[in-house]
Write a protein that binds this ligand. Structure first.
Ligand SMILES: Nc1ncnc2c1ncn2[C@@H]1O[C@H](COP(=O)(O)OP(=O)(O)OP(=O)(O)O)[C@@H](O)[C@H]1O
Length: 625
């Protein structure tokens, strides 16, 4: 059984408001339990590749320990053999040859290992992106009405993209560097344990400082990502066709540019702050490491004076290893810092992944009863939008009606009365607050969701087309539609002739959101699209509103034709389009205040008759011109 009612539903992720609002008050990264376990879990499908990469890392690391030890040999056996007999050239060649072989082998292994890490890192990032995309698609409509599109896009692109480098470096750089460092420490300890202590005496302090810097950077990273979100949102809003149209028609380009510039300035500031927050620390680390050889010479001198057996070769080899250790050690600290910083990004990604859709398909769905297909019933339905004030009047209040298969039921009433909302509740785009919506006799909350969607078609007030060809837009409804089917649907929607006249015909690109088409053309393509889907129940929300009188007549006829044998719930402003409806429900302030056919409602002399009169007198002057 699914949860009933918006109030009884899960604490919908949906409850989350626009992130700029939440974060303004709370600039911390979201708290996610078991964050690192979850990050590690992302790698589990790639265990095999990771194992290969790690083996390669270990081999490379093991190999890298040998050359410094060979350096000692080169000095103490090859160049300055005991006894002062001069260099032993034969031995030196062998040692140098072995060194060269080891360097070639370690570089070759490095290339192969990079392939494995890059492939795992990118695959994990790709999986995360797809998981997030799929998850967001399952979120209820209300989530999208309250969250800026750009903010959603930014989590997918900037946050997931931002952790990419960390994902890759986590696999090998961490393990690789740890192994290199450990091996080097072992080599150093073998050469002289006393000098090793000197070399690492400041390490604990550096690790502590690194953690502090990491925490600061994580906080800055959260702000940076929020700012990036905001920038994406501004770009998405201002540089979309609708946005640019609005800015141009109101002469607001400069103001929009200013909005972008000020967020951009904030972004630059944060990026610089983020980069600089680590710089001082790493400058300090570099100084410490650079001073170690000097300290080693001094301490070495004291040790030799004190009777400790230290050869020149051992000191040179020690400082060679120590210098070679510096880069991996700093690398490790950098990764540590990067991982801490990426925590903020991972937290943002998991925060979205943890959002629970307020509307979920029933776990035990009821199969659609084909014999009752076309029946739609509202049973004492009350509804309040999830974001509406709790004590506000409900958008729909105790709405009940029954539509039998093949009937044409119209919903009319003043603007904002709740007509569109009724249309949304049929395919369960929102959950009723109380009462029930029944489709083919079953509660939509219990019904097989795919069957419900497959048998419902909506032509909404604002028809949305993808930036693709007309044919591709139509095939969205039926991917395997033949050209003949497409043309037939377009003929019914009275758009075939128009499309045929376009130079590219059905291959014409409609432009972003269909802006290359006129309002009427776009509307008719949208109608053709739903006709191609051929659903048992059609919700027409002002489907003919964008059409001129002549075109409207054609489409109306087509819709009448398409409505035959189909249940239609028509939401209309123009009462002329619903005169022949089997039932007209007059909605006012969320309630059905009158119902009946046109003649009955006219005879009643109530709201419907008043609206009719209003429209008749409104239309009159237009007809006279
Ligand atoms: N996502 C939403 N969140 C909160 N309130 C909403 C939302 N969508 C609509 N409303 C409110 O619900 C009420 C009913 O809206 P609805 O779109 O159903 O009206 P309508 O009768 O179709 O109006 P119109 O004829 O102007 O299209 C309105 O007061 C509107 O402001």
């Amino acid at each position: 059984m699914t949860m009933r009612g918006a109030g009884g539903g899960p604490p919908a992720g949906g409850r989350m408001r626009d992130e700029s609002v939440i974060r303004a008050a709370n600039e911390q990264a979201p708290k996610i339990d078991g964050l690192w376990q979850r990050v590690l879990h992302l790698f589990s499908p790639y265990r095999g590749k990771i194992a290969i990469a790690l083996v390669l890392v270990l081999i490379t690391a093991a190999i890298s320990v040998l050359p410094p030890l060979l350096t000692e040999q080169a000095f103490d056996v090859g160049l300055f053999p005991p006894g002062g007999t001069g260099p032993n050239i034969g031995e030196l060649w062998k040692i140098v040859g072995l060194m060269a072989v080891l360097w070639v082998a370690s570089s070759a292994l490095g290339v192969v290992q990079t392939y494995f890490t890059a492939s795992v890192g990118n695959s994990v990032m790709g999986d995360l992106r797809v998981r997030l995309f799929d998850h967001l698609q399952r979120m209820e409509l209300a989530f999208f009405t309250r969250t800026k599109t750009g903010v959603i896009q930014s989590r997918l692109q900037n946050d997931v993209g931002g952790v990419a480098s960390t994902l890759q470096s986590m696999i090998t750089s961490v393990v690789g560097n740890i192994v290199t460092v450990l091996a080097a420490v072992v080599a150093m300890a073998l050469l002289s344990w006393q000098l090793t202590i000197i070399a690492f005496v400041l390490m604990p302090a550096l690790v502590w400082a690194q953690r502090r810097v990491g925490q600061v950077r994580a906080r800055i990273a959260t702000k940076t990502q929020e700012s990036l979100s905001e920038m994406t949102a501004i770009t998405q809003e201002s540089l979309s066709v609708s946005g640019i149209l609005l800015a141009k028609s109101f002469g607001r380009e400069e103001a929009e540019g200013q909005r972008y510039r000020s967020e951009n300035d904030r972004q630059i500031g944060l990026q610089v702050k983020q980069t600089m927050s680590g710089q001082t620390f790493f400058a300090f680390v570099s100084i410490v490491f650079s001073l170690v050889p000097a300290a080693v010479y001094i301490v070495g001198a004291y040790l030799i004076t004190g009777g400790v057996d230290l050869t020149a070769g051992a000191i040179v080899a020690f400082t060679t290893v120590q210098t070679r250790l510096t880069m991996p050690l700093i690398g490790l600290m950098r990764i540590g810092l990067e991982v801490q910083t990426s925590k903020a990004l991972f937290a943002r990604i998991f925060e979205y992944l943890d959002l629970r859709p307020a509307i979920t398909p029933s776990p035990a769905p009821i199969a659609l009863d084909e014999s009752r297909l076309g029946e739609v019933e509202f049973e004492h339905v009350s509804f309040r939008y999830p974001d509406a004030e709790v004590d506000s009047a409900p958008t729909l209040d105790d709405v009940s009606f029954t539509v039998r298969p093949g009937e044409f039921v119209a919903f009319v009433g003043p603007s904002g009365a709740g007509k569109t909302t009724i249309g949304y509740l049929v395919p369960r785009l929102y959950e009723v607050s109380s009462g029930a919506v029944r489709f083919a006799g079953a509660d939509v909350r219990d019904l097989d969701h795919d069957a419900l969607i497959a048998n419902t078609g909506i032509v909404s007030q604002e028809s949305y087309l993808f930036h693709a060809s007309i044919a591709e837009n139509l095939r969205f409804a039926k991917p395997d539609a033949t050209q003949a089917e497409i043309e037939e649907a377009c003929r019914q929607a009275n758009i075939h002739e128009t499309i045929s006249k376009f130079p590219d015909g059905y291959e014409t690109l409609v432009g972003e959101r269909g802006y290359r088409l006129s309002g009427g053309e776009k509307q008719r393509v949208a109608i053709a699209r739903v006709l191609l889907k051929d659903p048992a129940v059609l919700v027409l929300d002002e489907a003919t509103s964008a059409l001129d009188t002549r075109s409207e007549r054609f489409v109306q006829r087509a819709l009448d034709e398409a409505s035959r044998g189909r249940t239609v719930l028509a939401i209309a402003h123009r009462l002329s389009t619903v005169k022949d409806a089997d039932l007209i429900c007059v909605i006012d302030e969320g309630r059905i205040v009158e119902r009946g056919n046109h003649a009955e409602l006219m005879a009643r002399g109530g709201l419907y008759a008043a609206l009719h009169e209003e429209q008749r007198t409104d239309v009159q002057p237009e007809l006279e011109t």
